[in-house]
Design a protein around this ligand. Structure first.
Ligand code: ATP
Ligand code: MG
Length: 387
């Protein structure tokens, strides 16, 4: 390879900058990670590259490759387990640069259709610094370069790994903030439940005591009080029932997606009260989806219902689940509210909810799209492929 020229450096800086911008652009997490792994392979002139994010079961939650065709991937087989150098990089937060990975004692094996690797560069993806309670979020793996990888390659890939860390940390923070929201929601329901039911039970006790005092003196008045007791008891039971429905976790495996969706829409409709929007659910022969896709449809429905109720100021919200092709499904959530500028909202970065819907859709090979305009209401479409 010739000396590095100013033109080379400029082009490197441009590509690096494009990958870094992808992190803050409106791309989903898998799209960002793919951009990073492609850029790493290109800039380090490696034949192959991969980016792995471990799961808790000794395998990978995400494993993105670059330089390997779809046919090759099929031949290699399922996602790798954490073994050999894949595992070394997840255990030791150190960069590994080797002339021949096969000569290293830590080298393990690879499936028969796996390409032969020789020169190797592994760079850990770290959250913060390890001494500061940070952790290994994943690793970038690069392989095969005539003459081996250089210190310069190492530097470039290190920058990309730092940005992969930012994308992954954002995704985690987002998931955590969702959990907090759920905890707050539970606290609110407990509070409402206490207020509503305890108050009615207190009223019930007073009214029963009054009936008891009146029963000999004024039987007609006592009877009127007893009628009140019946009403108060019924109201308390209804209140309790509504709150329990709201607290009960969605049972997709038992009830199936259409029933769970219908119930959630009913609960929200009841909870939205006199001044709030009316919510409607309809369906048209939806197919039975694999569990992972059912979960995605439910979460996207919850997220967009939440948005429609909170932001739209709508009068009507419709949720519709229909068949798509022979085994897929399509979910449509429409509101007649204020609408918003989707592109501007995404660009401004205030769109974690919208992004998470797209990420979830992508994770099951589906798609989520948003159609909205200020003053014109909003429609969220989700399509999933089915079994
Ligand atoms: N149905 C809707 N009608 C009107 N505006 C909407 C609607 N859905 C989203 N928006 C606008 O898009 C913005 C981004 O939505 P997004 O769900 O990403 O974030 P959020 O709801 O503000 O916060 P989060 O979902 O993270 O709690 C909202 O703040 C709101 O301004
Ligand atoms: Mg939202």
């Amino acid at each position: 390879m010739g000396p590095v020229t100013a033109a080379d450096e400029l082009s490197t800086a441009r590509r690096l900058s494009a990958a870094v911008l992808a992190v803050s652009d409106q791309l989903t997490v898998p799209e960002v990670l793919q951009t990073i792994v492609d850029t790493a392979r290109e800039l380090a002139a490696a034949e192959y590259a991969a980016l792995g994010v471990p799961d808790d079961n000794g395998s990978f939650a995400q494993f993105l490759v670059s330089g390997v065709s779809a046919e090759q991937q099929d031949a290699i087989g399922p996602l790798p387990r954490q073994h050999g150098f894949l595992a070394v990089m997840l255990r030791e937060p150190a960069i590994q640069r080797l002339d021949d990975i096969r000569a290293d004692p830590r080298f393990d094996w690879w499936p028969s259709a796996h390409p032969v690797l020789e020169a190797f560069l592994g760079v850990p993806i770290l959250s913060g610094s390890l001494t500061n309670g940070g952790e290994i979020l994943g690793a970038l793996y690069l392989a095969n370069k005539p003459g081996g990888f250089t210190a310069h390659d190492e530097e470039l890939v290190r920058v990309l790994a730092a940005h992969a860390a930012i994308a992954l940390t954002h995704a985690r923070l987002y998931a955590r903030s969702r959990e907090l929201t759920i905890a707050e929601e539970r606290a609110r329901i407990a509070h409402d439940l206490h207020d509503a039911v305890a108050q009615r039970l207190f009223g019930l006790r007073l009214t029963a005591q009054a009936a008891d005092l009146l029963i000999d003196r004024d039987p007609a008045a006592a009877r009127a009080r007893l009628a009140e007791v019946t009403t108060l008891a019924r109201e308390a039971a209804e209140e309790l029932h509504a709150a329990v429905l709201e607290l009960r976790p969605a049972r997709l495996d038992e009830d199936g997606l259409p029933d769970v969706l219908r119930k959630q829409v009913q609960i929200l409709d009841r909870a939205s009260g006199a001044g709030g929007p009316r919510l409607h659910y309809s369906q048209d022969e939806p197919p039975v989806l694999p569990p992972s896709q059912q979960a995605v449809v439910l979460r996207v429905a919850q997220e967009s219902l939440h948005n429609a109720v909170r932001h739209a100021g709508a009068r009507e919200i419709h949720v519709r689940l229909t068949r798509l092709g022979s085994c897929g499904a399509r979910l449509e959530i429409s509101d007649d509210g204020a609408g918003f500028d989707v592109a501007a909202t995404m660009r401004a970065g205030r769109s974690l909810g919208l992004r998470s819907m797209r990420d979830r859709a992508c994770s099951v090979r589906g798609s989520a799209t948003f159609t909205s305009a200020p003053g014109g209401g909003t429609v969220v479409y989700l399509e999933v492929p089915g079994a």
